[in-house]
Design a protein around this ligand. Structure first.
Ligand code: AHR
Length: 627
C-alpha cells in the first residue's frame, strides 16, 4: 500500500496530515463514499470499491458481503463509491480512488465497453478485481462472477419439469442492454427449445424492479389465462409478478426467480412461503473478492484469473438445507486427506511440470496423494478411478484424457460418496453435478490468442495465409477448444484458411510426423503452423529443418504451453509465438481439496492466469519460467 498511508501511525506526521486531508477531501468529493473504520495505526491495506450502483438489491447484498468479509480483518479499510449507474461517474470514481492511493481496486462495471479502458489503465499500477460483469480483454488481476447462461439453463430445466414439457412461459427479462439478462435468456431458450412444446413470451422490464414487473404482469389481464409459468430474471420481479397474479386471482401459474438471497421477502423466504416456486441462486462473489484481494496483496502464488461461482436450484424442499449450508462453520479435517489422482500420462513437458506441481503441492499441504500415470488411456483412467473408489479415498482428482465416456464411472464415485474434482481437462456428461469443480485453463481463449497473433503480424491483409493446424489428442478438450477458438477469430479474416489439419497427439514425435507426412505428399505451401502444444511445435521445427525449411522464417510457428524449451526456441528464432497454458495447478488444486474437506462450497470453475510470449519478450521472461 502507499507508504504514507501504511506508516500513518508512525513518525510520519506530514504524511498523517496529508492522509487526513485526502481522507476528508475524498469523503466530501465522493457523495456516497465511506471509509469503514478509523484507527489508522492498524491499517495494512486500503481497498477501493467502485460499485455500479447501490440501488439494485443484488448490488446491496454484494456491498454488504464485501463489508462483512473485510470486517474480519482489522487491518483492512474499504473506500466505497456508487456510480449511480452512470459510466461517466464510475470513470471519475475510479480515478479518485486511484488518486487516493488505494492498494487494490474492486470494480463492478456499469458499462463494460466504457469501463474496459479505465480498468486496463488502473491495472498498470495496482491490482484490479472485476466483479459480476467481465470487462473486455484480460487487463485485470481476477474476475469473479456467476455463469448467467448456466443460471438460465437451470431455470429452463426447472420450468420444463414443472410443465411436463408443454405450455407457455412468460419470461420477465431485465433490460435488453444487460449482458447478464441476455446470457440468462440464451441459456433458458437452449433448454426450452429442446422440449419442442413450450412457447416463450419475452418482456423486458427495463428497471428490473418489483413494481414494474407487477405493473407489467397486471397489464396482461385475462391474457394470463394462456400462461402456465413465469421465469423472472430476478426474485424481486418474481415477487412483483406473484403480487399481480394474486390480485387477478391466477393461482396456478408457477414462478421461478433468480438470486436466492436470505432475508425477508428475498428469494429463499419467497420459496419457503410458497410465494414463488423456485429460485436459482446467483452468488455475488463479494466475500470471495475480499479473500482473493488479500491473497493478491499478500502475493500468494497461484491466484487464478477467473473464478466462476456456482448456482443452485432452491425449492421449498431444499430451502432449509440450502440456508443451513450457508451458515455452516468450516472445520479443517483432523485426519490426513487421501486423494486419488488419475493423471493423463507423460506425453509432454507440460504434463511433467503439471505432475511435479501437483506432487509438490500435495506435500506442502500435507495431503496423501495416490498418483496413477494412465499413459494416455481412458481405460486405464477408469480402472484407476475404480481402484480409488475401492480404497475409499476422500477425494478423486481426474485429468481426463478425453471429454466423453465418463458418465458411468462418475456415477459410481457419486454413489460411493466420493467427490471428484477435474484438473486441467474437462468432461462432457449427461448430468452437470458429476464433479465439484474444474481447475484449469481457458482453452478457447488460448486458440483465440494464437489466431489474434497471426492477424496482428499479417504483413498484407489481402494476401492469402495458408495455415497448418497440428492438433493434440482427438476428443480432448484442449484440442477441440483451441481449434474452436482459433477458428472463431479466423472467421474475421477471410484471407486466412486452415488448409491442413492433422493430429500429433501432443507429442514431439507426433508433431514431427505431421509435418513429414505433409512434406512427403505436397509441395511446401504453408505460411503458418498452429501447433496446439510446444512439444509438437518443436517436433515440427525439426522436421522442417530436416527438409531445408527454416521454422520461424520460412513459416511462422505458433504453439501453446510455454515450457522453457519453447522459450529457448523463441529466443533462437525457431518459434514465433507461444500462448501460455500454465501446468502449475498444484497449489490451487490442493487448496480446493482442503476447502472442500472443510465443508466449503467450491466455485464452478477456477481458471488460471496466462499470457502470450513472442520473440520480442522471451528473453525478458525466460529466467523467471518455472517449467
Ligand atoms: O491439457 C493440457 C495439454 O495437455 C497441454 O497443452 C499439452 O501439452 C498437454 O499434453
Amino acid at each position: 500500500m502507499r507508504e504514507w498511508f501504511k506508516n500513518i501511525g508512525g513518525r510520519r506526521i506530514g504524511k498523517i496530515a496529508c492522509a487526513c486531508v485526502l481522507t476528508f477531501a475524498l469523503l466530501f468529493s465522493l457523495c456516497s463514499a465511506c471509509v469503514a473504520k478509523k484507527q489508522p495505526d492498524q491499517i495494512s491495506y486500503v481497498i477501493g470499491i467502485s460499485q455500479a450502483n447501490m440501488r439494485e438489491p443484488w448490488r446491496l447484498v454484494l456491498t454488504q458481503e464485501i463489508r462483512e468479509e473485510a470486517a474480519k480483518h482489522s487491518d483492512v479499510r474499504l473506500v466505497i463509491t456508487d456510480a449511480t449507474d452512470n459510466s461517466e461517474k464510475q470513470i471519475a470514481d475510479i480515478q479518485k480512488l486511484l488518486d487516493f492511493g488505494v492498494d487494490l481496486m474492486i470494480v463492478s462495471p456499469c458499462d463494460v465497453k466504457k469501463v474496459t479502458p479505465v480498468v486496463s489503465d488502473v491495472y498498470q499500477s495496482i491490482p484490479v478485481i472485476v466483479l459480476d460483469r467481465v470487462v473486455e480483454g484480460y487487463d485485470y488481476s481476477l474476475f469473479i462472477g456467476p455463469d448467467n447462461e448456466l443460471i438460465g439453463k437451470q431455470a429452463g430445466k426447472s420450468v420444463s419439469q414443472m410443465l411436463n414439457g408443454k405450455g407457455t412461459v412468460l419470461e420477465l427479462c431485465g433490460s435488453s442492454a444487460s449482458q447478464a439478462s441476455i446470457d440468462r435468456s440464451e441459456g433458458f431458450s437452449s433448454i426450452i427449445d429442446e422440449t419442442g412444446d413450450i412457447q416463450v413470451e419475452q418482456v423486458h422490464v427495463v428497471s428490473e424492479s418489483r413494481d414494474s414487473a407487477e405493473d407489467i404482469v397486471r397489464a396482461y389481464g385475462t391474457h394470463l389465462r394462456d400462461i402456465d409459468a413465469i421465469f423472472a430474471h430476478n426474485d424481486y420481479m418474481a415477487l412483483g409478478a406473484s403480487r399481480a397474479l394474486e390480485q387477478l386471482g391466477y393461482e396456478d401459474i408457477r414462478i421461478v426467480g433468480v438470486d436466492g438471497f436470505t432475508g425477508e421477502n428475498r428469494g429463499i423466504d419467497l420459496v419457503r412461503r410458497g410465494i414463488i416456486d423456485e429460485t436459482i441462486t446467483c452468488p455475488t462473489g463479494g466475500r470471495e473478492a475480499v479473500q482473493y484481494a488479500l491473497e493478491i496483496l499478500q502475493e500468494v502464488s497461484g491466484v487464478p484469473k477467473q473464478v466462476i461461482l456456482r448456482s443452485h436450484s432452491v425449492t421449498k424442499e431444499n430451502a432449509d438445507a440450502y440456508e443451513a449450508g450457508l451458515n455452516r462453520s468450516y472445520e479443517e479435517p483432523d485426519k490426513i486427506i487421501d486423494v486419488g489422482y488419475a493423471q493423463v500420462g507423460t506425453e509432454s513437458a507440460w504434463r511433467l511440470a503439471n505432475t511435479q506441481s501437483i506432487k509438490t503441492a500435495a506435500k506442502e499441504f500435507g495431503i496423501n496423494l495416490i498418483y496413477e500415470d494412465c499413459n494416455q488411456s481412458q481405460e486405464r483412467q477408469i480402472e484407476a478411478l475404480r481402484r480409488f473408489i475401492e480404497m475409499d479415498v476422500d477425494v478423486i482428482v481426474l485429468s481426463p484424457v478425453v471429454d466423453s465416456g465418463w458418465d458411468e464411472i462418475l456415477e459410481e464415485a457419486q454413489e460411493a460418496d466420493i467427490p471428484v474434482l477435474l484438473s486441467d481437462r474437462k468432461v462432457s456428461t449427461k448430468k452437470d453435478d458429476m464433479y465439484m469443480t474444474f481447475i484449469g485453463a481457458d482453452f478457447l481463449e488460448e486458440g483465440r490468442r494464437a489466431m489474434r497473433w497471426v492477424a496482428e503480424t499479417m504483413e498484407d491483409p489481402e494476401e492469402c495465409v495458408r495455415i497448418m493446424e497440428i492438433e493434440g489428442t482427438v476428443g480432448a478438450s484442449p484440442s477441440e477448444e483451441r481449434s474452436q477458438g482459433f477458428k472463431e477469430v479466423m472467421q474475421e479474416y477471410p484471407n486466412c484458411d486452415i488448409v491442413y489439419s492433422s493430429c500429433g497427439d501432443f507429442t514431439y514425435e507426433g508433431g514431427k510426423q505431421v509435418v513429414e507426412e505433409y512434406i512427403n505428399s505436397h509441395d511446401w505451401d504453408i505460411d503458418v503452423i498452429f501447433s496446439q502444444n510446444d512439444d509438437m511445435a518443436l517436433g515440427a521445427a525439426e522436421a522442417l529443418e530436416n527438409n531445408g525449411i527454416t521454422p520461424g522464417v520460412d513459416v511462422k510457428l505458433i504453439s501453446v504451453d510455454g515450457a522453457r524449451s519453447a522459450f529457448e526456441a523463441l529466443i533462437d528464432g525457431r518459434l514465433n509465438c507461444v500462448v501460455e497454458c500454465s501446468p502449475l495447478l498444484g497449489p490451487q488444486l490442493m487448496k480446493a481439496i482442503k476447502d472442500l474437506m472443510a465443508g466449503k462450497e467450491l466455485p464452478l470453475r477456477i481458471i488460471t492466469d496466462e499470457k502470450v510470449y513472442t520473440q520480442e519478450n522471451a528473453q525478458k521472461y525466460i529466467r523467471s519460467r518455472k517449467y
